[in-house]
Design a protein around this ligand. Structure first.
Ligand code: GAL
Length: 428
């Protein structure tokens, strides 16, 4: 629960050139493929195609190509917010022994189906040298080794508990977001926006269940505490029945104030409404801020701003992305080159300012991160806790996660608190 505050200094060990020196194949055989041997074609599967995320990914690839001109990158996205479409693709390919070179995955619990079956290479020596280990936040290193071996390279830290808003819309309604001090207070603000303006109060999507699941997580923490949330993650849902129901009831109330077409839009389409001044608030991870950075005439502080989700101000509810080295790898050398690069200062300095996240290395210069991310970084450093999330896979095993997705898909349609409570209890 403590990613921040650990780890130290850092020298500058960066540059991004990686190299590593291990070039001599031999080791990584792992009984793989088909005799075609290693190629320098690197296939990457990820879901960063929405809301400016593609730009961040391209910036990462540009840096990688500069450092490794010999490798040809095959960019093979599986679009869908919060990885909603990637599992189906990746799990089958990995199980069938036909994985891509690397793929995007949350570190922590999300890795366990793969580590349980030994489907990820131990990259503790080939990638995680001492320089890199020293530079990373200790908590992030821990998430990269859920079964002991280091198997992932985290590249960012997003914050989930953000309440973004369009400045002029809330001003028109006479709402001051900085004074909303509880999840219930947010409902009052949504009612005021609805009464005083033509804007949609909350730019929320329900096409896919993850945004409601993550909002419920934040309502729960805002109403209760991180300790109760941790108890929930540990599986004691029945001991917290009233609290779980209370968060569901308030979520159902919020869902009265979302776009009419919420069921057919993606998260970034909802956010387009906020940018256009057609919506007031958005609860979303700070990948939404990456989208604002890419929008024209939409400036931080003048046009948009954010407060921590009401009731969660000392919390940095963290969402982390990483890349891994699947066994049976079609391109062992190129994969190692990419993972080495992803762990550098250069990679994280290019990627994160555009993505709307802060780096998991402690030695990345923050000059290019802009005012918003500089403030997020300070919040991170001053935060009391950085719990993992459910909707973004670090905090619960994938089987629990997918049962909860199903529960919240139903809840989006029927707002049935009893059924959702039972779904959550049974999921855990
Ligand atoms: C998260 C992921 C973020 C962002 C978001 C929206 O799960 O960690 O990087 O892509 O989904 O799709």
């Amino acid at each position: 629960m403590t990613l921040a505050g650990c780890s130290d200094d850092g020298g500058s060990g960066d540059d991004g050139s990686s190299d590593d020196g291990s070039g001599d194949d031999g080791s990584m055989d792992d009984g793989s493929d088909d005799g075609s041997g290693d190629t320098s074609e690197l296939e990457i599967v990820h879901w960063w195609t929405a809301g400016g995320e593609q730009d961040a990914f391209n910036a990462l690839l540009d840096g990688f190509r500069e450092a490794n001109p010999d490798v040809e990158v095959v960019d093979n996205p599986a679009p869908g917010g919060a990885g909603s479409a990637i599992d189906a693709v990746i799990q089958n390919r990995v199980i069938d022994g036909n994985p891509p070179s690397t793929f995007q995955i949350w570190p922590g619990q999300a890795l366990t189906p793969y580590t349980n079956e030994d489907l990820l290479e131990d990259i503790g020596d080939s990638v995680w040298d001492d320089e890199m280990r020293d530079a990373y936040l200790d908590g992030v290193v821990e998430l990269s080794q859920p079964a002991g071996d280091l198997v992932a390279v985290p590249i960012n830290i997003h914050r989930l508990n953000n309440l973004f808003y369009n400045v002029s819309v809330v001003e028109d309604a006479g709402v001051d977001p900085s004074t909303i001090d509880s999840p219930q207070g947010l409902l009052d603000a949504l009612e005021t926006i609805d009464a005083e303006t033509d804007a949609t109060p909350l730019a929320h999507q329900t096409q896919s269940p993850w945004s409601s699941l993550q909002l419920w997580e934040n309502v729960f923490i805002g109403q209760q505490s991180v300790d109760d949330y941790q108890t929930l993650l540990d599986g004691d849902v029945e001991g917290l029945e009233d609290e779980v129901r209370s968060a569901l009831e308030l979520l159902a109330d919020y869902l009265e104030y979302i776009p009419e077409d919420a069921g057919s839009i993606t998260w970034d389409q909802g956010n387009d409404g906020l940018i256009a001044g057609d919506a007031a608030f958005l609860h979303q991870g700070d990948w939404a801020a990456g989208q604002y950075e890419g929008a024209s005439d939409f400036e931080f502080s003048d046009d948009w701003d954010m407060v921590p989700f009401p009731g969660t101000s000392g919390v940095y509810h963290s969402v982390i992305d990483s890349f891994v080295f699947p066994t049976n790898n079609p391109s062992p050398e190129a994969t190692e080159q990419f993972l080495n690069y992803a762990g550098t200062v250069d990679a994280q300095e290019r990627f994160n300012p555009i993505k709307g996240s802060i780096p998991p290395r402690t030695d990345v210069p923050m000059d290019e991160f802009g005012d918003f991310l500089t403030r997020q970084f300070e919040d991170f450093q001053n935060s009391d806790s950085q719990p993992p999330t459910i909707a973004h896979g670090t905090g619960v095993a994938p089987a629990i996660h997918s049962a909860l997705d199903e529960t919240f898909a139903n809840f989006n349609g029927n707002l049935d608190v009893d059924a959702a409570y039972e779904g959550i209890r049974d999921a855990f």
